[in-house]
Ligand binder design. Sequence first.
Ligand SMILES: Nc1nc2c(ncn2[C@@H]2O[C@H](COP(=O)(O)OP(=O)(O)OP(=O)(O)O)[C@@H](O)[C@H]2O)c(=O)[nH]1
Length: 299
Amino acid sequence: MEPDTELHDTTQRTVLSHGPLRSAPRSACVVVIHGEGLGRRADITDAAVLVGRSQEADLVIAHKSVSREHCRVWRDGNGYRIRDLGATNATRVNDVRISGDTALADGDQVTVGESILKFISQDSVEASYHEEIYQLATHDALTELYNRRHFIEMADKEIARSIRHARPLSLCIVDVDLFKPVNDRYGHISGDEVLRQIALLLRRHVRSDDIAARIGGEEFALLLPECDAEAARVFAERLREAVADAPFAPGGEPQRITVSIGIAALSPQRDTRPALMAAADTALYRAKSEGRNRVCVEA
Ligand SMILES: Nc1nc2c(ncn2[C@@H]2O[C@H](COP(=O)(O)OP(=O)(O)OP(=O)(O)O)[C@@H](O)[C@H]2O)c(=O)[nH]1
């Protein structure tokens, strides 16, 4: 198990990647091209996109110059429109303060506090470039799951949403057991293949609203909205069994691989992401010390 704060460089392991597992349909988007939130983007699909400082915004820009609900962008027939929501620093499009609903055209620059967003229509050649950049910035190259940084961003939003709506939320931290001996015996390339296989199992087990990420070398996180601790335990048991039963063969040699899983649920006493992660980590340590290949829940 790796320390929580450690960062992992996985770039050399892209050699095993067979390319993106899912190709997102291209949609119009707003992307931050300057200031706080640089690189962050929100696709404009059927639902309107709220831009603001609030964790519940679709595009969060956590800067004091940005109002909690700053502006809204939405699709209107074949076009797109934007409206300022009474922000203290009024929204500007191409440096002109907007009033009422305003149409957006491809390439328009939207000033939100001290950040600048660019509107990119789905027909733009620039859209695929930003899609690629977004994929690189938010996903782990080896497993195609979300990376740690993006997981943290999404977890903060999900926690805020769950608290606001008084809904349950659980976090599972999944750590591969005795992975060092696997690497030592079969080499890092085979170890990487094991990690990819485990990531696929994770992906198969989660629901579409769940958030699956690789947050460390051999450590994964699963955030389960609408799931209390007991439901998360049942889910985690199924996942643990699926890994233990899966046919791994690093270096061509059949090998049993197992995972330990620590779980913590959101509660009034545990209502921040660091507290939730620390509690799940404590449960994980217990699972390891009690013999591995098991699920523990932090009360
Ligand atoms: N192949 C591969 N190995 C990695 C990667 N990131 C971390 N590791 C390895 O994962 C291993 C983690 O080992 P430890 O933290 O000692 O834990 P462990 O052997 O899994 O033992 P327990 O967690 O106590 O069950 C180390 O050998 C790391 O080198 C990676 O991206 N690819």
